[in-house]
Design a protein around this ligand. Structure first.
Ligand code: PEP
Length: 261
């Protein structure tokens, strides 16, 4: 069976003011409109402050718009937080969850990520669940165990999905992002990426059977125009989650052009 259609997702992080966002979204939208039928899906995840404007701007374009995080609760006394429903309300169709900058920088645990994934699925959005080992964990030979534990802990358990959509290939994306590769210009070897992605696929298959074959597994960590084509050709790599290079429209579009489904 053919693998899933590739997804190229840009994580703008805490960058970009309104005017720059308009220019960047405009350039990505123009690329999508003029490149002919795209061989991949495109998603940009701007900061929440400009998500609505970017979603409006791209509303007639094939480029989807997503959030970078959300709260686990649907509403309430959580000053400064944003719910999944609020992101959906302003045009998001997906949310990045469990990014290493939140796990390691802000102390987000697997349990917190799991609750957020449930909230996102409940809001009928796509959850892009990030997992990845630190450099110390890789050096200690723990990479595969870390990935399995993060998957087990971050995806909703059967019990917590009761009454909501079960984890499916349509509503779930997993992003493998080695912590030490994010924003550093370093990447694992192609063989190391293949081992990690095959392992993630096998873990998902154990959990949901053959439907796991269609769950998109993104690679993230210093993906650039010059390494994208070879990374995107690796078995079980179904796209990329792009940080730094997504802030430059030419680079992001070059990565998209390298994605052949
Ligand atoms: C990321 O933050 O998800 C990421 C992959 O960043 P970069 O591409 O800059 O390494």
């Amino acid at each position: 069976m053919a693998g899933p259609r590739k997804l190229i997702a840009g994580n703008w992080k805490m960058n970009i003011l309104a005017a720059e966002g308009q220019a960047l979204a405009g350039a990505v939208g123009n690329y999508a409109a003029s490149a002919g039928p795209l061989d991949c899906d495109l998603l940009v995840c701007p900061p929440a402050t400009i998500l609505h404007a970017v979603a409006e701007q791209l509303s007639d374009s094939p480029v989807a718009v997503g959030g970078q995080n959300c709260h686990a609760e649907p509403s309430g006394a959580f000053t400064g937080e944003i719910s999944a429903a609020m992101l959906a309300d302003v045009g998001a169709t997906a949310v990045i969850l469990g990014h290493s900058e939140r796990r390691h920088g802000l102390g987000e645990t697997d349990a917190m990520v799991q609750a957020k994934v449930s909230a996102v699925l409940n809001a009928n959005l796509i959850a892009i669940v990030c997992i990845g080992e630190t450099e110390a964990e890789r050096d200690a030979g723990q990479t595969l165990a870390v990935l399995r534990n993060q998957l087990d802990g971050s995806l909703p358990s059967a019990a917590s999905t009761e009454g909501m959509e079960e984890l499916t290939e349509v509503n779930t994306v997993v992003a493998y992002e080695p912590v030490w590769a994010i924003g550093t210009g370093r990447t694992p070897t192609e063989a190391e990426i293949a081992v990690a992605h095959n392992h993630i696929r096998a873990c998902l298959e154990k959990r949901i059977g053959s439907a796991a074959d269609q769950i998109r597994l993104l690679y993230g960590g210093s993906m650039k125009p010059d390494n994208a084509a070879s990374i995107l050709l690796i078995d079980n790599v179904d796209g990329g989650l792009i940080g730094g290079a997504s802030l430059n429209a030419d680079d992001f579009c070059a990565i998209a052009a390298a994605a052949v489904s």
